[in-house]
Design a protein. Sequence first.
Length: 72
Amino acid sequence: MKKNPAAQALGKLGGKARAKALTASELSEIGKKGAQARKKNLTAAQRSEIARKAAQARIAKYGQQQRKEKQS
């Protein structure tokens, strides 16, 4: 069975072609749906671990910036 070259080309873009045609609010809505689906499939412990890692990353990032500002 021969593959459709047009479909192959679109597939190689990984959805970038579609994303270019969407507005910021449309992209936001799609992201929200994905987040809800992900949340539904995670346990409370998994969500807690993800939130803890995100908080640590924010602290590390902004803590470094504040230390640099104080040294200046």
